[in-house]
Write a protein that binds this ligand. Structure first.
Ligand SMILES: Nc1ncnc2c1ncn2[C@@H]1O[C@H](COP(=O)(O)OP(=O)(O)OP(=O)(O)O)[C@@H](O)[C@H]1O
Ligand SMILES: [Mg+2]
Length: 264
């Protein structure tokens, strides 16, 4: 059994402004602890990849960042977003999720028209003006790189889209709320290689406006799209650094083993 140094402090390693900072995050499913003392600071307007083997806690940690664990796990520690601890029970989770949106592994468009997929949440949040709704539909579809493919069929069912198009619609649906941070849990793992490249290009174009945090199993994908990488191992973050450094000069043996596919 290899020994890993778990005492590194990853905070304040970079000078850039931080979009969201976690402080001593522990997560428990009942008595079972799945995340141990995770301290990460996510640089604004960049893409951070969360990598690590199956069961290492990537999804569990990601869900902490917009309170998606509320009904399934206990999350201890602070998560600072704009000087607010969004892990506090006093914070309105709907406000948190408006600022910090989530896109899931499997594209999950509603059984509604393409347009209504985007306007549904906007209307729920009180936006009634038709011009404003049209503007949001067009802008979010453009940002998600789907507009050209669907602009003439906005009133067709979203269920008629391909998997890759449906996932870009889900990205458009999330950014139509004008969030600050986008969380994506393996958004391309159910897609073919061409759709995957399209999603990666879309994410790269989004980082000028959003802070993107993506879970991926795919090492090539992490090295292609992300600026920073956090390596998860058995619920601990063993290493966090610029992606180029992680992939060329990892500091931990476990990181090197993982990225080189040597799990023995
Ligand atoms: N709803 C749950 N109830 C109980 N335990 C859970 C639950 N979800 C995850 N776990 C446990 O927490 C640990 C971390 O799981 P998690 O799904 O976060 O890992 P992951 O890194 O996202 O894995 P994968 O790459 O397979 O998606 C695992 O031991 C898992 O069994
Ligand atoms: Mg997962």
């Amino acid at each position: 059994m290899k020994e890993y140094n778990l005492n590194e402090n990853f905070i304040a390693k970079f000078d850039n402004e931080k979009a969201i900072v976690t402080d001593s995050i522990d997560v428990f499913y009942g008595d079972h602890q799945s995340i141990f003392d995770v301290n990460l600071a996510f640089p604004r307007f960049s893409i951070t990849a969360l990598i690590g083997s199956s069961g290492s806690g990537k999804s569990t940690f990601l869900r902490c960042l917009n309170r998606m664990n509320d009904s399934i796990a206990n999350v201890d520690g602070n998560i600072m977003y704009r000087d607010v601890d969004i892990n506090s029970k006093k914070v309105n989770v709907y406000e948190v999720r408006k600022q910090i949106g989530m896109v899931f592994q499997r594209p999950n468009p509603f059984a509604k028209t393409i347009r209504d997929n985007i306007t549904f949440a906007l209307k729920k949040h009180g936006i009634k003006d038709k011009n404003e709704l049209n503007r949001r539909v067009e802008n979010s579809l453009k940002e998600a790189a789907l507009w050209d493919e669907v602009k003439d069929k906005l009133d067709n069912s979203a269920l008629s889209l391909s998997g890759g198009q449906a996932q870009r619609l889900c990205i458009a649906r999330t950014i139509s709320m004008q969030p600050d941070i986008l969380l994506l849990d393996e958004p391309a793992s159910a897609l073919d290689p061409i759709s995957t490249v399209k999603i990666e290009e879309t994410l790269k174009s989004l980082k000028s406006k959003y802070t993107v945090i993506i879970v991926t199993h795919n090492m090539q994908q992490a090295s292609r799209v992300s600026d920073y990488t956090a390596f998860f191992h058995s619920g601990h973050v063993l290493e966090f650094d610029k992606t180029a450094s992680i992939f060329t000069t990892p500091k931990m043996q476990a990181t090197e083993d993982y990225i080189s596919g040597n799990f023995g």
